[in-house]
Each structure stands twice: as structure tokens, then as C-alpha cells.
Design a protein around this ligand. Structure first.
Ligand SMILES: CCCCC/C=C\CCC/C=C/CC(=O)SCCNC(=O)CCNC(=O)[C@H](O)C(C)(C)COP(=O)(O)OP(=O)(O)OC[C@H]1O[C@@H](n2cnc3c(N)ncnc32)[C@H](O)[C@@H]1OP(=O)(O)O
Length: 241
């Protein structure tokens, strides 16, 4: 990913990712590794500008595009791994959860789902993605407290699989993970993976319209817009301090 300054997802970038995923799905790949070309930031999540004082039509398109990306990612036949070379809050964390394996670079980085701190709630398919990786009890506490984990905590709780010393090491560990499937028939691997992941995929496919309505309702709530205003200000003012 290379969308400076923070690899945030806006509508156009989501379309680019969807197109890339369509393109790679047609190729006979062994696996795919997601990582960032931006030092210290894997992804800062959704672009807050998309849902602060939004245009309604664009907001609906935006969430529908978020759904497209995750349906495609969860459903990829081949192995997926994330070399998390920096912060991965919110949708940055969700992106890594859509992969089968996560190696995170050691450093002063945070990963987790902090939506509740913005006054917003995670949708059921995102909750399912989290509790398929870490235990339900930890998921509930993490989501309700908007917990961002440091690298050691993330390993301890199972949110990441390994700690890497740098980006290259993280990528190598991802490659090693992908090589594990060299002798496994692709079809068996893909079907097993898709069945294991059927909860978030099913929710996403069957409740798309409801999910969009819920997202729009949450975002347009005046108190959420107030929270977002403060949050945007806080991000802007960080540099001035
Ligand atoms: C609201 C709808 C929710 C509905 C509910 C349904 C489901 C939700 C499930 C999934 C949804 C996820 C929601 C999100 O993803 S919301 C986004 C949440 N993201 C964050 O809270 C992260 C905010 N960013 C940071 O904490 C930091 O930027 C950092 C990632 C820790 C990196 O820190 P640092 O290296 O110090 O860099 P800066 O802070 O200076 O940032 C550089 C640059 O990037 C801009 N920026 C950062 N994050 C965002 C963002 N999310 N959106 C837009 N812009 C962002 C930041 O303002 C700086 O810009 P300037 O250089 O122009 O100042």
C-alpha cells in the first residue's frame, strides 16, 4: 500500500484495491503479502474525511466499497499474509485480520479496533473477523474499551502470529508461512479456508444493505459527527505541538 501520508482508505483507493484484487484473482499465485510502503504506518484505517460531514450518496458508495474489498480479500483462494510494518488501527487492523497470518515489526506501534473511542460501533462481520482470531472474551473487552495493543500485547493475545525485527524479516516470515502450502492441493486449501471464514463472509453477503444502512445511521448521528470533529481536530493539532 502506498497512499501517503497514512495509507487511509478513501473511495478511490478502495476502488483501486478492488481492481488489484480482481486482477490477482485471475493469476495462479501461491499467495499474497500485504504491507506498506510508508515507514511506521501499515494503515491508519478508513479516511476520516469520508465520513465527517459526508455526502450521503458517496457515503453509501464508500461503505459498499469497503464491503467489496473485504468480501474479495476473505474469499481469495490463495494464502494471504500481512507484514505489518507500523501502526494498524481500526480498518488497518481489520485489513490484517482478513489475512491468514500476521507478522508485525517490533517498535512503538499500535494495532486494534478503536472505533468505540470515536463513538462508533463495529459491524457484526468485523466483530466476527476479530473473534475468529482472538477469543470472544478478549474481543468483547478490546472492542468496548477501544483498546489499541502494543506489539508485545498483540502477540500475547494472538492478534498477531509473530514479531519481526524489521519489514524485510516480516516479509520473509510471511513467505515462509505461504510456503507451508506448497504440497497442499489448492482446491482443498481454498475450500477449507472459505468454510472456516464463512461467518463474516455470510454476514457480509446476506446483510449488505442492512450493513450500509447501519453504517450511514451511525455516521450521520449528530453526536458521532461531533466526536469526529474533535478527532479530526486532534489529528490536525498533533503536528503543532
Ligand atoms: C465511522 C464509521 C464507522 C461505522 C462503524 C462500522 C464499522 C467500522 C469498522 C471498520 C471501520 C473502521 C473505522 C476506521 O478505520 S476510522 C479511522 C480510525 N483511525 C484512527 O483512529 C487512526 C488515526 N491516526 C492515528 O492515530 C495516527 O495517524 C497514527 C496511525 C498512529 C500515525 O501517527 P503518526 O505517525 O504520528 O502520523 P500522524 O498522526 O501525523 O498522521 C499523518 C497524517 O495522516 C493523517 N491521518 C492519520 N489517520 C487518518 C485517518 N484515519 N483519516 C484521515 N487522515 C488521517 C493525519 O491527519 C496526518 O495528516 P497531515 O500530515 O495532513 O497532518
Amino acid at each position: 500500500m502506498q497512499r501517503p501520508p497514512a495509507n487511509t482508505f478513501n473511495l478511490e483507493y478502495l476502488h483501486e484495491i478492488t481492481n488489484s484484487l480482481d486482477e490477482i484473482s485471475k493469476q495462479k499465485l501461491k499467495g499474497v503479502i500485504l504491507t506498506s510502503a510508508i515507514p511506521n504506518i501499515f494503515s491508519a484505517g478508513l479516511d476520516i474525511k469520508e465520513f465527517y460531514k459526508p455526502d450521503l450518496q458517496r457515503l453509501e458508495n464508500f461503505w459498499s466499497s469497503v464491503q467489496d474489498v473485504f468480501i474479495k480479500l476473505l474469499d481469495l483462494d490463495f494464502a494471504t499474509a500481512a507484514a505489518i510494518n507500523g501502526h494498524a488501527p481500526a480498518a488497518g487492523c481489520v485489513l490484517s485480520l482478513s489475512c491468514e497470518y500476521r507478522a508485525m515489526v517490533n517498535g512503538n506501534y499500535k494495532i486494534g479496533l478503536n472505533e468505540a473511542a470515536l463513538g462508533i460501533i463495529t459491524t457484526p462481520w468485523i466483530q466476527a473477523m476479530m473473534y475468529q482470531v482472538i477469543p470472544m472474551k478478549h474481543t468483547e473487552t478490546a472492542l468496548t474499551t477501544a483498546k489499541l495493543f502494543d506489539v508485545d500485547e498483540a502477540l500475547q493475545i494472538g492478534l498477531i502470529d509473530e514479531i519481526a525485527s524489521n519489514k524485510e524479516d516480516a516479509i520473509n516470515r510471511c513467505k515462509q508461512y505461504i510456503r507451508k502450502f506448497d504440497k497442499i492441493p489448492l482446491h482443498a486449501r481454498a475450500l477449507t479456508k472459505q468454510r472456516m471464514r464463512q461467518t463474516p463472509i455470510k454476514i457480509l453477503r446476506e446483510q449488505r444493505d442492512e450493513d450500509i444502512r447501519m453504517f450511514v445511521d451511525v455516521v450521520m448521528n449528530p453526536s458521532v459527527q461531533d466526536n469526529l470533529k474533535d478527532y479530526v481536530e486532534k489529528l490536525k493539532n498533533k503536528k503543532k505541538k
